[in-house]
Design a protein around this ligand. Structure first.
Ligand code: B12
Ligand code: SF4
Length: 431
C-alpha cells in the first residue's frame, strides 16, 4: 500500500503579534520528524514516503498528485491540530485516501479529531498499532479491535480499546527510517549554534505526572526504554552529525539504564554532542551519572525548572523544589554542562513576578532560558482544573506563547514584559 506520512507546516497564531505588533516571540522550529521516521521503520511491506511541510510548506498538493497515496498519516501537536484537519480535507478532496492522525494531540484529546475528514485516530505510541492498522486496511479486515486505534464516528462519542503499552510497542529491532528525510537533512539545524542536529529516542513516557504536561498520554503513564544496542545503532545510523538531541521527555528516568547507555557510548567510540532532558532532582541525586554523561558527550541538558517558588511547583505536582533546582544548577555548572532552563510564565504574573523571574534567571546564570506561557493543554490535569478560566479555545493559539486565560496585567503590558524577558535572555544565551 502507498502510505504518505506528513509533518504539518510550522503553524500556530500569535496574539502579541496580531494585537500589539510584537513579532519577536513567534519562532520557526525545525527538526527531523522522528515520530514519522519511527513509524516508517515498521512499514517495510509498504511503499512509504515522508513529507515534511515544515521544510516545504506548499508541497502537499504536488506530492498527492504524484504519489497518489492510499493512506495518509499526520502527526500533530496541539497548535497544529486545526491545520491538520484542514490538510486532511485537502487529502480527501484530492485523492480520497484514508486519513490517520496520531501524535501528542491525538493522544491527549482524541475526540478533537472525531471529524468527517479523518478516518482513524491513533492514541499513544504508534509504531506497532499503526502497522496493524495499515495491515488491516490492506487486507480489508475490521480495525475496531486494534487497541490504541479509534475509528472516527462524527457526531457520536468516540470509543476505542485502550492499548496496554509495553516493550513490544517499541519494536526496537526495526530502526527509524532516517533515510526517508535525506532530502531535508540539511535544513535540520540548531540555529543557536548553526550546526546540524539529528534526533534519537532512547525512552518514552515519564514516571512523573506534572499537571501541565501532556507526555503521560504517550505511553499510557508508563516509562519505557529502548535497549542500549538499539540506541547505539540509531546514533550510528545518523552518521557524522555534530549534535544529537535525545528527544525523550526524560532520558534519565531509569538510572541504571542511563548509566549503561553512557558507558556504551564511550565504549563505542562515539564522539558527538548530546542534548537531553533531565529532572533537577535526578542531577542532585546522581551527580556521578551526570559526570559520566559529560564524558560521553553530554553538552547541554534541558531542565523544566517551571517556577521559582515552591508553592507553584507544588501546584504543578512537580514533586520537586527550588532548593533542589539551585543545587542542580550548581552541579551542572561545575561539570561544564550548559543548561536550557524551561520556565512557565503564568497569565497571573504582575510586574513584580516578571522582575523576580528576571532576577532568578540572571543570578543563576542559566545559559539558555526558555519561557512559555502557562497553557492548560487539553487532556492534562491542568486543563481539568482550569478549563473554566479559558477564554481562548482556538487551538491555533496553543503554541505555549499565548495567554489563553485572562492576564492579571493589562494584556499589552503582559506581552511587553514577556517579550522583554525573552529578548534579554536570548541576547546572552549560549548552548
Ligand atoms: C522534537 C520535538 C519537536 C521538533 C520536531 C517536531 C516535528 N514533528 O517536526 C520541533 C523542534 C520542530 C518541535 C516544534 C514544536 N514543538 Co515540539 N517537541 C519535540 C519533542 C522534544 C520530541 C518529539 C519526538 O520526536 N518524540 C519522539 C517520537 C518517536 O515520539 P512521539 O513524537 O511521541 O511519536 C510517537 C507517538 O506520539 C505516535 N505518533 C506520533 N505521530 C504520529 C502520527 C501518526 C500517523 C501515528 C499513527 C502515530 C503517531 O507514534 C510515535 C512512535 O511511537 C517533544 C517532547 C517529547 N519528549 O515528546 C516536544 C513537544 C511535542 N513539542 C511541543 C511544542 C509545544 C512544540 C512547539 C509548539 C514549540 C514550542 N513552543 O515548544 C513547536 C510546534 C511547531 C509549530 N510551531 O508548528 C510540546 C507539545 C505540547 C502540545 N500538546 O502541543 C511537546 C510535548 C514538548 C512540551 N513542551 O511539552 N518539537
Ligand atoms: S514535565 Fe517532565 S517530569 Fe513532569 S511529567 Fe512531563 S516529562 Fe515528566
Amino acid at each position: 500500500m502507498k502510505i504518505l506520512l506528513v509533518n504539518p507546516p510550522n503553524c500556530g497564531r500569535s496574539i502579541p503579534e496580531e494585537r500589539y505588533g510584537i513579532d519577536s516571540i513567534r519562532q520557526i522550529f525545525r527538526g527531523e520528524p522522528l515520530a514519522l521516521e519511527v513509524l516508517a521503520g515498521n512499514l517495510a511491506s509498504h511503499d512509504v514516503r515522508i513529507l515534511d511541510l515544515k521544510v516545504k510548506p506548499e508541497s502537499l498538493q504536488p506530492v498527492l498528485d504524484d504519489f497518489k497515496p492510499e493512506l495518509v498519516g499526520f502527526t500533530a501537536v496541539t497548535c497544529e491540530a486545526n491545520t491538520v484537519v484542514r490538510l486532511a480535507g485537502e487529502v480527501k478532496e484530492t485523492c480520497g485516501a484514508r486519513v490517520v492522525v496520531g501524535g501528542i494531540h491525538a493522544s491527549s484529546d482524541p475526540a478533537f479529531f472525531n471529524q468527517a475528514v479523518i478516518d482513524y485516530i491513533v492514541i499513544g505510541l504508534g509504531k506497532v498499532s499503526f502497522a496493524e492498522l495499515a495491515a488491516a486496511i490492506e487486507a480489508g479486515a475490521p480495525v475496531g479491535a486494534i487497541p490504541g486505534v479509534a475509528t472516527t464516528m462524527p457526531g457520536e462519542v468516540l470509543t476505542f480499546v485502550p492499548r496496554n503499552f509495553g516493550a513490544l510497542d517499541l519494536a526496537e529491532h526495526l530502526p527509524p527510517r532516517y533515510d526517508l528525510v535525506a532530502v531535508s537533512r540539511a535544513s535540520y539545524t540548531l540555529s543557536s549554534i548553526g550546526s546540524q542536529l539529528g534526533m534519537v529516542a532512547s525512552a518514552f513516557g515519564c514516571p512523573f505526572s506534572c499537571s501541565f504536561c501532556c507526555i503521560s498520554s504517550q505511553a499510557g503513564g508508563r516509562y519505557l526504554t529502548h535497549s542500549i544496542d538499539a540506541v547505539i545503532r540509531d546514533i550510528r545510523l545518523l552518521g557524522n552529525i555534530p549534535v544529537i538531541r535525545l528527544v525523550d521527555a526524560n532520558t534519565f528516568g531509569n538510572i541504571g539504564h542511563a548509566r549503561l547507555l553512557a558507558e556504551a557510548i564511550v565504549a563505542a567510540g562515539i564522539r558527538t554532542n548530546f542534548i537531553a532532558d533531565v529532572r533537577s532532582d535526578t542531577v542532585v541525586r546522581h551527580p556521578a551519572l551526570m559526570r559520566k554523561w559529560k564524558e560521553a558527550g553530554l553538552r547541554s541538558v534541558v531542565i523544566g525548572f517551571e517556577e521559582i517558588a515552591d508553592s507553584d511547583l507544588t501546584f504543578f505536582n512537580k514533586e520537586n523544589n527550588v532548593a533542589i533546582n539551585d543545587e542542580a544548577i550548581a552541579i551542572l555548572h561545575e561539570l561544564g554542562i550548559t543548561i536550557v532552563g524551561d520556565f512557565i510564565v503564568s497569565p497571573d504574573y504582575d510586574d513584580a513576578r516578571f522582575d523576580a523571574l528576571e532576577e532568578y534567571v540572571i543570578s543563576r546564570a542559566i545559559e539558555l532560558p526558555i519561557l512559555t506561557v502557562l497553557t492548560p493543554l487539553p487532556g492534562t490535569a491542568l486543563y481539568s482544573e482550569l478549563h473554566e478560566r479559558i477564554t481562548i479555545r482556538d487551538l491555533d493559539y496553543y503554541t505555549l506563547t499565548n495567554a489563553v486565560m485572562p492576564t492579571r496585567l493589562g494584556e499589552k503590558r503582559f506581552y511587553q514584559q514577556y517579550a522583554r524577558l525573552i529578548k534579554q535572555f536570548h541576547a546572552t544565551a549560549k548552548l
